[in-house]
Design a protein around this ligand. Structure first.
Ligand SMILES: *Cc1c(COP(=O)(O)O)cnc(C)c1O
Length: 296
């Protein structure tokens, strides 16, 4: 049987910048991006219990879904290679080639390009190809599942002290829900800020609430999308460059750039009382920047 060694290294790092001193706040980053270069950040946490379940069910073939730039597809490919699974990824849309898919293939993932119509019904796709494959396990797009929320909740177990505010980038909302569950479990009154990476994201509230163990308050900020999912502006690109060059902590424009931008914006608007301790989750996904090289 495979040995699933899922121990991780994700240090807490304080970032010191003149802006933070000026407004009297302390800012820390939870370096989930350091968990693994490709199975990075929240994708590792989201896969953890899905891999455990695959192992328990003696299934050796991970089957999952994503867009052509999906961090989840890449994380699944790399996790499969690391832990001795086979992997198949259904890719939404016509056949293309890019850096993400190259890295998926490099790690041995088989890619099946799927038109947008068929892609909508993922269970049907799985059944059509793998109904008779007893070895195959269905993993939803982005890893979305109760197991994923559970994995993300464990981030809170690792925090050495309490924060007044916690910032997290948000796509499907599973990571946010998991972390909110973790805060509740530890009875912390940390204010949680979900920064939506996509436009018109009010619907995310329902998606987050779906995975909450108990109803809980949180802030959902929907105005930092910069045009929509995987969209960007020169201002965001400049911000990503500046933050990366001033801290040595790389961020990218799809998720973490928007989240850190939001944090800076709210600090400048004096939203946090002096003395506040703020934690930003670096959810990884750094390879996503490769699809945006031409914007820099
Ligand atoms: C996938 C991803 C997210 C979004 O996570 P959800 O659980 O879908 O909200 C955030 N940040 C990074 C870097 C990601 O790759």
């Amino acid at each position: 049987m495979m040995n699933l060694d899922l121990d991780i290294f994700s240090p807490l790092q304080q970032v010191k910048l003149p802006l933070f001193t000026e407004y009297g706040v302390e800012v820390f980053i939870k370096r989930d991006d350091m968990i693994h270069p490709l199975i990075s950040g929240n994708k590792w946490r989201k896969l953890k219990y899905l891999l455990r379940r695959a192992q328990a069910e003696k299934k050796h073939h991970l089957v999952t879904f994503g867009g052509a730039y999906s961090n989840h597809l890449l994380a699944t490919a790399a996790a499969a290679a690391k832990f001795g699974f086979k992997a198949t990824g259904f890719v939404r849309g016509e056949e293309v080639e890019n850096d993400t898919l190259f890295l998926c293939r490099l790690h041995g993932m088989q890619l099946i390009f799927t038109d947008r119509e068929s892609y909508r019904d993922k269970n049907a796709l799985f059944d059509r190809h793998f109904a008779n494959d007893k070895d195959a396990i269905f993993i939803d797009e982005g890893g979305a599942s109760p197991e994923a929320a559970l994995g993300c909740s464990e981030l809170v177990d690792e925090l050495p002290f309490t924060f007044n505010h916690l910032f997290c980038a948000c796509g499907t909302g599973t990571t946010a829900a998991g972390i909110i569950n973790g805060l509740q479990k530890h009875k912390l009154d940390t204010e949680f800020h979900a920064i939506a990476a996509l436009k018109g994201a009010e619907f995310l509230r329902a998606d987050i609430d779906k995975y909450l163990d108990n109803p809980a308050p949180y802030h959902l900020h929907t105005q930092y999308h910069f045009g929509g999912y995987a969209k960007t502006t020169p201002e965001l690109i400049e911000f990503v460059k500046l933050f990366t060059s001033q801290t040595g902590i790389m961020i990218e424009p799809v998720y973490t750039g928007k989240m850190i931008y939001a944090l800076f914006d709210m600090i400048r608007q004096a939203k946090f009382t002096p003395g506040s301790r703020i934690l930003a989750i670096h959810s990884g996904g750094l390879m996503g920047i490769l699809g945006m090289k031409n914007k820099f």
